[in-house]
Write a protein that binds this ligand. Structure first.
Ligand SMILES: [Ca+2]
Ligand SMILES: [Ca+2]
Ligand SMILES: [Ca+2]
Length: 537
């Protein structure tokens, strides 16, 4: 077998010639050739119709032993839409053969007719001289073979058209015809084949999936294919509204099987749902279309840093709270730095990022004591990021105050005796002072009675003057309570420092308390003298 003879074949699909194919009479009976069947051809087949395709396929056959040329010619392949049936007939004829070489064709066999009815014959009135003796069909129905064994198509001769009428409505490349020489050599040349395709092309978009988030740019993956009749063309469009207008993303004229269909640049689009439509037409003109909805993501949707607010004074554990939400959420982060500069450090080393959305709830915890954060002003930054890399940030500046206030009474001191108006000295101090309160208990009261309050800081100075004139002689305790503004561990509780001093108000004997048990001596006299001067009666 020698197949070097096939040199070239330029298929011109859908070439339409308007010439009438033949002028055979249409009134004759046709000959249906069933699978496994064979028949002598009557030469009566009606073949007038419209020539849809007419191709000349050159071929050569060589002797495989000597390399000598055995045959050279052209196979003419036509497709005709028959007037009699409206369906396609496939016709073949050997022509333009070169004389003077030894070859002689004794058979033509063409394939891909399985599943079709084949109505076979030759056209006695067409060009050419040789006609087949008969035809046979393979048992699978694919191959139809015309037999020229007693009417050889010798070199320099030609043949009349042999015709296979079918019920096919379409044709496509992919068939082949084998030319056999009497001496055993064959050559196979490409010819068109009938196509039975009642199914539209397969179209599908596998990525992005329905309602999936789409970033910019996004590659669209899908399938446009038709295994029966091959492929015509396809278009990928998008629209904001299913009624259109549609804008083309990409198009093509070759099949794609779960591969890239195009790259969608969404730069000019606003965020929202969009429709993607894939429309395709197969090789026989059937169309199919699929539409899906995707979400074009253009921004981080909601970042609400609800608390702590700017200027908040905080201590211990700090609890940022609010909302970090996106339709295409990826993560949020919370970091801190000294106010105004430097790198942000995650507030929680165990959660450098948070992978779940939060809506109006705690976002994280910053334990300023465990982290050893010095008192001072800090920026807290909340950052939300979506899967497209869109981010939103919010920064609040707060004051960390883990230092309780200073509360101290320096005068009077414990166990001293006093009368009249007592000046109380000491310190009430905090970097974030909320206020102080000076109170006493004792004598006829069992509760704390306020002497004075203030919001000013006092550093080793007069806190208040306490008039004890109307109080009974007794032991009294005075206390200084100083409160700062730092909210501790995300509660309303503040730092509070207390200092207490217990004294005696009124007459006394062992005035100077210099001896124990008490002894009345010159120092007591001096003490009495001093008390008298102060107004103790
Ligand atoms: Ca199909
Ligand atoms: Ca987003
Ligand atoms: Ca403080």
């Amino acid at each position: 077998m020698h197949q070097r003879g096939f040199i070239r074949c330029v298929l011109s699909l859908f070439f339409v010639a308007t010439a009438s194919f033949a002028n055979a009479p249409d009134e004759q009976e046709s000959l249906i050739l069933s699978p496994c069947g064979s028949a002598v051809l009557p030469g009566v087949m009606p073949t007038s119709g419209l020539v849809l395709y007419d191709q000349l396929v050159p071929f050569e056959v060589f002797d495989s032993n000597t390399g000598g040329l055995l045959y050279r010619g052209v196979l003419q392949n036509r497709v005709i839409r028959l007037n009699s049936t409206g369906r396609l007939a496939f016709a073949y004829r050997v022509r333009d053969t070169v004389a003077g070489i030894p070859g002689a064709i004794d058979g033509l066999a063409t394939e891909s007719f399985e599943g079709l009815t084949t109505d076979v014959d030759y056209t006695p009135l067409s060009l050419g001289t040789m006609r087949p003796d008969g035809a046979s069909r393979s048992c699978d129905g694919s191959l139809v073979e015309f037999d020229y064994s007693t009417n050889l198509i010798r070199a320099g001769s030609s043949s009349k058209f042999v015709v296979i009428g079918t019920e096919a409505e379409f044709f496509a490349p992919g068939g082949s015809t084998t030319i056999a020489l009497r001496s055993g050599q064959t050559v196979r040349v490409p010819t068109v084949q009938p196509v039975t395709d009642n199914s539209p092309p397969i179209v599908g978009i596998s990525s992005p999936g329905p309602f999936e988030c789409v970033c910019n740019p996004t590659q669209i993956i899908g399938t446009v294919n038709d295994p029966e009749s091959g492929f015509g063309s396809w278009t990928l469009d998008y629209a904001a509204n299913p009624a259109g207008p549609w804008t083309t993303i990409s198009s093509g004229n070759t099949a794609v099987v779960n591969g890239p269909l195009g790259t969608w640049n969404t730069t000019a689009l606003t965020q929202g749902n969009y429709f993607l439509r894939l429309t395709a037409e197969n090789g026989v003109g059937l169309t199919n279309s699929i539409t899906t909805v995707v979400f074009v993501d253009k921004q981080f949707d909601t970042l609400d840093f609800r608390s702590p607010g700017n200027g908040a004074v905080l201590a211990g554990k700090i609890c940022p709270d609010g909302t970090a939400w996106d339709r295409c959420f990826k993560q949020y982060t919370i970091g801190y730095r000294p106010a105004g500069g430097g790198q942000y450090t995650p507030i929680d080393p165990g959660n450098p990022t948070y992978g779940s959305t939060v809506i109006n709830d705690p976002l994280g915890v910053w334990d300023t004591i465990t982290a050893g954060v010095p008192d001072g002003k800090y920026d807290i930054r909340l950052t939300g990021t979506d899967i497209c890399g869109n981010t939103e940030k919010a920064v609040h500046t707060v004051i960390v105050d883990n230092t309780p206030p200073v509360a101290e009474i320096t005068s009077p001191v414990n166990c001293t005796y006093h009368c009249g108006v007592i000046d109380i000295f000491g310190t009430a101090l905090d970097a974030n002072m909320a206020g102080w309160s000076l109170q006493y208990t004792g004598g006829s009261t069992n509760n704390w009675v306020t002497i004075a309050t203030g919001t000013n800081s006092i550093s080793n100075g007069l806190i208040a003057s306490w008039d004890t004139t109307l109080l009974e002689n007794c032991a009294y305790t005075i206390r200084l309570i100083v409160t700062d503004e730092a909210s501790i561990n995300c509660t309303p509780f503040r730092h509070q420092s207390t200092y207490q001093v217990s004294i005696n108000v009124g007459a006394y004997a062992d005035c100077d308390t210099s001896t124990g048990p008490g002894v009345l001596d010159i120092f007591d006299f001096l003490c009495f003298q001093d008390a008298f001067i102060k107004g103790c009666q």
